[in-house]
Design a protein around this ligand. Structure first.
Ligand code: GRF
Length: 210
């Protein structure tokens, strides 16, 4: 679904700092960007990401998981809020909850996530620490569609790699990956908004890619 002026309406799910949200908000301010963040929803009332949304003049919503009997009921509330705002794409950006099929089915093919590893390596929490513990020489970030399979398992849209340096700590590696995330996520949203992503089996084909 598109916003007035033909831009894709994007909803962002967050729990914390919101630096990826910030990258999406900044992309939205460019006149030639085909998407616009229209609502930011957090499961944590004090998430810094909500302040970033407000500062950008974007609706910031706290949905309290404690108000719902179970995960599915909470997820269905998210679906209601997003649908009410005619969101055409959901971006999970540091949202610290696993979305149930109640959510992923409602937004099948219209919900994406960013993860700080080269999936399928190191899904789940502490991906950068897992990469260091494993001794990999190359790490990175992945944007993928959400599906109702395992965590971080959906079809891969874009990836970017970074070198792992011998003296890296979790913090230094995370910062290097994060810089790539901030480039990658707005690019993936742009490709989706331009209708250039086609899911063929497990593969995402990017049309018009040189
Ligand atoms: C990012 O590393 C993202 O890949 C992961 O959680 C972190 C969120 O950071 N899913 P931020 O809240 O966007 O700054």
């Amino acid at each position: 679904m598109t916003a007035a002026g033909g831009r894709l309406r994007v909803g962002v799910l967050v729990s914390g700092r919101g630096s990826n949200l910030q990258a999406l908000l900044e992309a939205s301010t460019r006149a030639d960007y085909p998407a616009q963040v229209v609502v930011v929803i957090s499961d944590r009332e004090r998430a810094a990401a909500l302040d970033r949304a407000r500062a950008a003049g974007v609706e910031a919503l706290f949905v309290n998981p404690k108000d719902f009997v179970d995960r599915e009921a909470f997820d269905l509330a998210l679906v209601r809020e997003l649908t009410a705002r005619r969101v055409g794409l959901v971006c999970s950006a540091g949202f610290m909850r696993i979305l149930s099929p109640a959510f992923t089915r409602a937004f099948a093919g219209r919900a994406i996530n960013i993860h700080p590893s080269l999936l399928p390596a190191f899904p789940g929490l502490h991906a950068q620490r897992q990469a260091l513990d494993h001794g990999v020489k190359v790490a990175g970030a992945t944007v993928h569609f959400l599906d109702d399979g395992a965590v971080d398992s959906g079809p891969i849209i874009l990836q970017a790699s970074v070198p792992v340096q011998p003296d890296d700590t979790e913090d230094t590696l995370s910062a290097r990956i994060l810089a790539e995330e901030h480039r990658l996520y707005p690019e993936a949203v742009r490709l989706f908004a331009e209708g250039r992503l086609a899911v063929v089996g497990r593969r995402v084909v990017v049309r018009g890619q040189r």
